[in-house]
Design a protein around this ligand. Sequence first.
Ligand code: GBH
Length: 494
Amino acid sequence: DPARDAFRPGQFPDGFFWSTATASYQIEGGWNASGKGESIWDRFSHTPGKVQRGDTGDVACDSYNKYQEDVQLMKNLGLRFYRFSLSWTRIFPDGTVAGGVNQDGVDYYNNVINELIANGITPMVTLYHWDLPQALQDRYGGWVSGELVQHFDDYATFAFQTFGDRVKYWITFNEPWVVCTAGYGSGGHAPGIQDSGNSTYLCGHTIIKSHASAWHSYDQTFRSVQGGQVSITLSCGWTEPFDPDLPADVIAADRDLQFQMGWFAHPIYTSQGDYPPAMKDIILQKSLAQGFQESRLPQFTAAEIASISGTYDFFGLNHYSSGIVKDKVSTGQDPNFWTDQDLESTVAPEWPQAASSWLYSVPWGIRRLLRYIKQNYNDPEIYITENGWSEEEADPPILEDTGRLCFYMGYINEVLKAIDLDGVNVRAYTAWSLMDNFEWAEGYTERFGLHSVDFTDPNRPRTPKQSVSFYKDVIANNGFPEGADVTTMVRNMW
Ligand code: GBH
């Protein structure tokens, strides 16, 4: 068998997808260029006090003008895939088809897609990476309203119709957990709603239905002609129990995964469908104890459960960090997504920390999470759609990004173990991000890029960091160079 003969340790399966990712609001700029409508992130970043230092995405990396240069960065890396998102309001300024399409926005994405394909790079397109049309927020209250299901489906259908002859990989939503806990819970992200015990769950409910509706539109109308795939991307950190011998902690660690990932994965990826039993039970119990007549977690009808279950073609996973949890019963009377979970989180003192407060390097966490997904969600094809590391903004910028290089080396090595030793069906790995960009409420103070971007220069020049040559080597070798002892390399570098 020639394929078997060609195999050597350290290599990924043939045809493995190596990619990098970005998102519209984080890189494009051109926030009000040629007919683009206002999004909730335009409004939020223009509101004093919401984003560090008052940073905005008004110009960001200026990819609205510099996309051709971006594609050359990818080409230099040897990338065959690129994940980016569409700005809904660049296409439909008020979020609705009735409000009219902005042809300039359509032209822009046609240009980006065509430029990628001309350079041998396969586009993977996210429809919603957090920049909701402000008009839909104003009119309906945003994702808490079921009215958004049809509007999202209309937008998705237009995108399939317009770009689907060339785009074969679609992601409906990026990280609904973040959208609903930060956008409609803590208020730390746009639209800044603080209502953690109720709106957070309503938001999740609408997003799950919107995802399923768009998946069915593709399945019924476009799949047979276009032959592409549609799924969702969920974020999840790995969680270990504080005391592995204490059943309550072991159950608490699983509950943490249910609240992060099962919330969305159970309805979509299991055959029984619906929210995870652990989540339904605990929220009902808390809600009744707080004097509510019914659970604050909304209910799906039996028909909805059936039509949501199975609406996927792969499992999109964003993974960064890990945590350790203890069982901790809360008797708080305030409805709250966090106290609903009855846990207390911590980290191990030896885990290296990034510039982002929530981000620690725990390479083995990705292997355990991948195995968990295989076991709990029907052994899906998993596309890792984000994984990455931040350093702080500095003058001069940090180009010797040893921390990122180590992070990638360690995590990629553990992904390989998941494939070779645990039989997990991982098909893609995506580095976040191609370049430094607008890091949401942190503005430009945290840097996730393989390339550094100078945001003080109107030309927004991009400069490769050291990790570019590392990632380029991995891509060229479809894994690690022959004879590389990654475990020792990682240990020596930290
Ligand atoms: C991704 O989300 C985003 O998709 C991307 O746009 C972003 O730039 C990138 O990561 C880097 O942040 O408050 O301690 O509970 C990040 C995943 C998961 C990060 C949840 C923050 C909250 C941790 N996020 N997490 S905590």
